[in-house]
Design a protein around this ligand. Structure first.
Ligand SMILES: Cc1cc2nc3c(=O)[nH]c(=O)nc-3n(C[C@H](O)[C@H](O)[C@H](O)COP(=O)(O)OP(=O)(O)OC[C@H]3O[C@@H](n4cnc5c(N)ncnc54)[C@H](O)[C@@H]3O)c2cc1C
Length: 383
């Protein structure tokens, strides 16, 4: 299979990873046989260190560069890009955490791909939007543990609850970020929960229609002990507002790569098909360039911390672009796209179907924007 323009970025900077992904993209989507290899492959190509300061073990650069890496991988394999999103987003949580000891403890293993990082914060994002309550509760046991043998003087808790969906729960070892409500009251916290902590149970992989090589499962905690050393933040709502642009920016990277690849694939059709869609492809290509620039500069300049609505609108526009580009690819691919093993058309249709549902989902964002607009109308502050 020849390399398309959208694939040249990764092929140039990480040729071994690019060929591995091209050889296994279908397998990564349809079964779990290679699920343990994805994080080490991404690490060998150096992608986990992109946008991480050199003094912390990274290769420097910006969050914009990390968004580009996710997009580059998505042009080859959306499943691998989703794993990269989970891992790199967890790394970002540590970079933005005030808990330096936690960062020092976990970062080296995450950057070299020995440990997988999973982000279970959909529940927290939905909580922020008043859609659902937090699903994990913490009981403060500080007094109990500090009076027991060997007890320390730092806060400690026991947590109970679960998360129905988390990606990158690599069976060889993971740490998962989860938001936790405190029985004692106060703002919820976000903790890093280790795979081998007592009471942690990872389900079997969920029986997905695609993205099956992503180690996606449910996670249950029963009386799991956690300490201050495990806490990413003690004020989840305030911290999430600051981290959300990077979280969403990296997630949007997956859409950028998918759109690029689908638009490139329209060139693989015959001359008549190409000319029929040429104007549409040109319009979508322009939109892609403009959305890419706005996304990366907005995240880099920190604009979306105070104006999340503009980021939500970008996410919605990108999801619509994914849909339009994937549809054009189907049209130009003809019957070949409907035959197994001849192209990535069917796989990209499944991948595109995931984009609107990943949190924050399109319906969630549309409702939030509508509520905000209603509020502005009431207060006469429509812009
Ligand atoms: C393959 C896969 C991997 C995933 N990986 C992760 C992961 O790594 N980490 C993680 O945290 N999550 C993950 N998720 C969860 C995902 O991000 C979404 O949260 C989940 O798919 C949507 O939740 P639900 O199906 O329970 O939606 P439901 O709660 O059933 O809601 C259906 C839809 O309506 C929206 N909705 C519900 N109530 C409201 C409301 N009041 N106002 C507006 N909109 C509303 C929801 O956002 C959703 O789009 C994954 C999901 C899948 C399919």
């Amino acid at each position: 299979m020849s390399t398309t323009a959208s694939q040249q970025g990764l092929t140039a900077r990480a040729p071994a990873l690019a060929s591995w992904l091209d050889a296994h993209a279908e397998t990564l989507d349809t079964d779990a046989t290679l699920s343990g290899e994805v994080v080490p492959q991404l690490a060998s190509a150096g992608l986990l260190r992109v946008g991480v300061p050199v003094e912390l073990g990274g290769t420097g650069g910006t969050i914009g560069d990390a968004i580009d890496s996710v997009a580059d991988v998505a042009a080859h394999s959306f499943a691998a890009a989703f794993v990269l999103w989970g891992q790199r987003t967890f790394i970002e949580y540590l970079l933005q955490s005030p808990n330096q000891a936690l960062r020092d403890r976990l970062l080296p293993a995450l950057l070299c791909g020995e440990l997988a990082g999973a982000t279970g914060l959909s529940n927290a994002m939905k909580y922020l939007s008043a859609i659902e309550p937090l699903q994990i509760r913490a009981t403060d046991v500080t007094t109990l543990s500090s009076s027991g043998v060997g007890g320390g003087d730092t806060s400690s808790w026991r947590v109970n609850g679960g998360l129905p969906w988390i990606t990158n729960l690599r069976k060889q070892g993971f740490v998962a970020a989860a938001a936790v409500d405190h029985e004692a009251g106060g703002p919820p916290s976000i903790f890093a929960i280790a795979h081998d902590a007592p009471g942690v149970h990872r389900s079997d992989d969920l029986d997905l229609i695609g993205l099956r090589g992503t180690n996606t499962a449910a996670l249950q905690m029963t009386d799991t002990p956690l300490r201050e050393d495990d806490r990413i933040t003690d004020n989840a709502p305030a911290w999430l507002v600051r981290v959300r642009p990077a979280f969403l920016g990296l997630q949007c990277g997956m859409s950028l790569g998918l759109v690029r690849r689908s638009l490139d694939a329209t060139n693989e059709g015959g001359p008549a098909a190409r000319s029929a869609v040429a104007d549409d492809v040109a319009a979508l290509t322009d939109q892609l360039a403009s959305l890419t620039t706005r996304l990366k500069s907005g995240v880099l300049r920190g604009e979306f911390v105070d104006t999340p609505a503009s980021l939500f609108k970008l996410r919605i526009s990108l999801a619509e672009l994914v849909h339009d580009a994937a549809t054009l690819e189907v049209q130009t691919g003809g019957g070949r796209g409907y035959l197994r093993g001849l192209s990535g058309v069917a796989r990209r249709q499944r991948e595109a179907a995931f984009v609107p549902i990943v949190t924050p989902s399109l319906v969630q964002l549309k409702n939030q924007l509508a509520a905000q607009r209603e509020q502005q109308l009431k207060t006469g502050t429509v812009t």
